[in-house]
Design a protein around this ligand. Sequence first.
Ligand SMILES: Nc1nc2c(ncn2[C@@H]2O[C@H](COP(=O)(O)OP(=O)(O)OP(=O)(O)O)[C@@H](O)[C@H]2O)c(=O)[nH]1
Length: 601
Amino acid sequence: MEQKYIRNFSIIAHIDHGKSTLADRILELTETVEQREMKEQLLDTMDLERERGITIKLNAVQLQYTALNGKTYIFHLIDTPGHVDFTYEVSRSLAACEGAVLVVDAAQGIEAQTLANVYLALDNDLEILPVINKIDLPSAQPDVVKKEIEDVIGLDASCAPLISAKNGLHIRDVLEDIVANVPAPKGDPNAPLQALVFDSVYDAYRGVIAFVRVKEGRIRVGDKVRFMASDAEYEVLECGVRTPKEVKKDSLECGEVGWLCASIKSIQDVRVGDTITNVEYPASAPLHGYREMNPMVYCGLYPIDSAKYNDLRDALEKLQLNDASLQFEAETSQALGFGFRCGFLGLLHMDVVQERIEREYHIDLIATAPSVVYHAYLTDGSMLAIDNPSLLPDVQKIDHIEEPFVKASIMTPKEYVGAIMELCQRKRGNYTDMVYIDDTRMNLIYELPLGEIVYDFFDKLKSCTKGYASFDYELIGYQPNKLAKMDILLNGEVVDALSSIVHREFAYPRGRAICEKLKKLIPKQQFEIPIQAAINGKIIARADIKSLRKNVLAKCYGGDISRKKKLLEKQKEGKKRMKAVGSVEVPQEAFMAVLSMDDES
Ligand SMILES: Nc1nc2c(ncn2[C@@H]2O[C@H](COP(=O)(O)OP(=O)(O)OP(=O)(O)O)[C@@H](O)[C@H]2O)c(=O)[nH]1
């Protein structure tokens, strides 16, 4: 296929505006997938994605489209996630494309991630094609949304296709728009090979499979290639595309998007963002990689069964291959033993990683409360970056502590402005600006401490605006604040995994709320357990768990042994997610208790 007939594009949108549904319709219309194999959101291949109805991973497929001009084109479609935690996946997909189809919901209009994704696409110099979706809805206002696109983003939306991805209306207009307006890949097929690695996965039989976009030159089976960042060299054993079934090919040509495997067993050799070149005919320089993503939240992950420590390391390494924004390093906790401190882009990301480890690698985990990275300036002039509150040095050694702040942009219908301002105030936010998007909607700009918003801000925002507000944020730097470490003592002993960093003015109510919450979460045991919150060794709150042995057999006065066994099994099951901390059995939820304190404080 000649290069001028190739089109590489992504579909970008705010969450739930209909990207995956549009991708489904495109696969159907191009007969890439046979009708009997078609199912909803076909590209969301992970069980987790299907259950939660969200896209987590990017996904690339090749399809053929015969346009109204009679010519057949090769499309590479990359479906991307919409949630802010997975922006990294989006930016990687975009680097492999020339164009982006921007899906906007005709009833909701532009939302925070619509804008964030547009900026990412502009950063990558992509041609952006606006498409207005869900025109079948009675509340659809395509003309209002077109005007919004023009006023807020500055894109000409006069010819934007008006579609219903759900009902398959006007999907061909989108494909014709792509043919006409997404530029064909540039690249020189005879130049030295430069292929961008934009994703990779580990396959138990074939080793690492790298997903690449060939920017210059071509890759053939049998070629010796080098990963330029790691300097590792391999012979290409297989390459091909996905349609979405895996199809093997003899070569990947200039401009194409596909996969290759080379029996790569060492995970470290393949880095997302690296460039592959040919060993015999090498390129002089790698392509532009990606901006390094710094995790926003950290938490400790510990195997419940400590014998699974090495399995957990293995699982994290393999996941990292598929999820370049995940970071981890070994750590030990007095309470929980050996584990890993892991960095994530947000709480949804953390949740997804945890669940993937449990499902795909069968390791039961205890996760400690997430924390952002604080900067502790010490009296000797040095600075410590603290991603684990329990590691904060003694208060005498600390001059001051700074916390990360973000600039948040919140788009909302006018009537919720008051409720949002109240929420931001409660989260220690500083009002910056407020602009009209149109007659009915506003964009509120606040500076907020990251530590206050990563946890439940999004949920709170949704509930106080009935789901109508959307939200995006970027890190703007660190600001000093009156912060201190709050320790939690169980039975008189500090449990390092329960320490958190709090604002001093909120310390008393928070300490009280945590103690009360832990009292509810930690099951009664044979002895009384005092729970205390302390700042700098000074106890600020206390609650006691009364002693009681729960005898699950009490009701079983009959002699039915099988029933007794069943009850004991059930009790054991309940204990699976417990960790013995000193003499106290602590359930997983207790480690998360510090998160949902807002209501009580
Ligand atoms: N009425 C109507 N609903 C639609 C249309 N397109 C998509 N939807 C619905 O909107 C919801 C979200 O669609 P998805 O395709 O999952 O949205 P997405 O943008 O891919 O969402 P993420 O993958 O989570 O980022 C689903 O319930 C779809 O059935 C449409 O044209 N009309």
